[in-house]
Design a protein around this ligand. Structure first.
Ligand code: CA
Ligand code: ZN
Length: 300
């Protein structure tokens, strides 16, 4: 199994002009090591948060050139496994997250991770491992790794976890895939703007799908198919996610849009990924049991 260290190359923005650090044959499984979102600069309670280098934020390991991926294709990323370090860190401060107005100082907190739990003071929080930043090079200008978009990026979607499969639109030859910003736990919304930030490794299988067009990332797990959309407001993100899904289902199932809209209003869930990044991210979630009854799949 190929293992790639974060010392081999990191990016602070997804950009089609970047030189790939490796070429990956389609169908390969690779283990990608990642720094935490502060590039491991906060290791103890003694670290002055204001003194860290704030240019070194949200590094993603990569980018990877996936053989055969061409603009208009879909990059399929199966998340096989996530391994995390033994401690996480959270940060709050002025102008960060939903409580930024009420906080006057930057503060950090080290959270030990033991036996499947994050220790928050005396509290035990179940580990809920996920990948915050994951995506491909965008169509136009580069997008910094703190911002989500049609290319993925900082989606902070807690469904991006072991067993999930992501589908990204490919905008440039080789896709230029990268990932980082693992979280040991995070709730929908990521209200403080930091999950339990942690270094670790993600093992993913990368594949290329031809002949399906996609405007925004999708995610599949054992139970559901979801459409993920990032936009300037949560209203717009949630609405576009639902619209994209309804149109896809209407087309795939050869169903009138009116029918697909009623069906999705009955069984689809509009959910929040995060509400604190430069764009907001929402997902629209459809049970596979319904897609199975319709006899449709999206990527086969
Ligand atoms: Ca993040
Ligand atoms: Zn993070």
């Amino acid at each position: 199994m190929t293992k790639i260290g974060c010392d081999e190359g990191i990016i602070y923005e997804f950009n089609k002009v970047h030189e790939p650090i490796r070429t990956i044959p389609a169908g390969s499984t690779v283990t990608i090591q990642t720094y935490d979102c502060f590039q491991n600069q906060i290791q103890s309670a003694d670290t002055e948060v204001t003194a860290i280098d704030w240019n070194k934020i949200n590094p993603a390991t990569g980018p990877f050139y996936v053989e055969g991926a061409m603009p208009g294709d879909v990059l399929k990323v199966k998340i096989e496994r996530i391994d995390i370090g033994e401690q996480g860190v959270m940060v709050v401060g002025p102008d960060l997250g939903v409580m930024g107005h009420a906080l006057s100082e930057m503060e950090s907190k080290i959270l030990p991770i033991r036996d499947g739990h994050v220790l928050f003071n005396d509290l035990q929080i179940p580990v809920n491992k996920m990948i915050g930043v994951i995506g491909v090079a965008p169509e136009g200008e580069g997008v910094n790794c703190g911002t989500p978009g049609a290319h993925g990026g900082n989606m902070d979607n807690k469904m991006v976890t072991e067993g999930a499969t992501l589908y990204f639109p490919v905008f440039t030859e080789g896709a230029l895939f990268a990932l980082g910003d693992l979280h040991a736990a995070m709730g929908d919304g990521e209200v403080s703007v930091s999950g339990v930030e942690v270094a670790g490794e993600a093992t993913v299988t990368l594949d290329v799908i031809k002949g399906v067009s996609l405007r925004h990332p999708m995610l599949e797990n054992e139970d559901v198919f979801t459409q993920i959309v990032s936009a300037p407001t949560l209203d717009e993100a949630a609405k576009t996610a639902a619209v994209e899904m309804i149109e896809r289902i209407a087309e795939k199932a050869s169903m009138p849009v009116s029918e697909a809209t009623m069906l999705m209003s009955a069984v689809g869930q509009s959910e929040i990924c995060q509400i604190v990044d430069p764009l907001m991210t929402a997902r629209f979630v459809v049970p596979k049991s319904v897609l199975n009854q319709l006899g449709i799949t999206f990527f086969e």
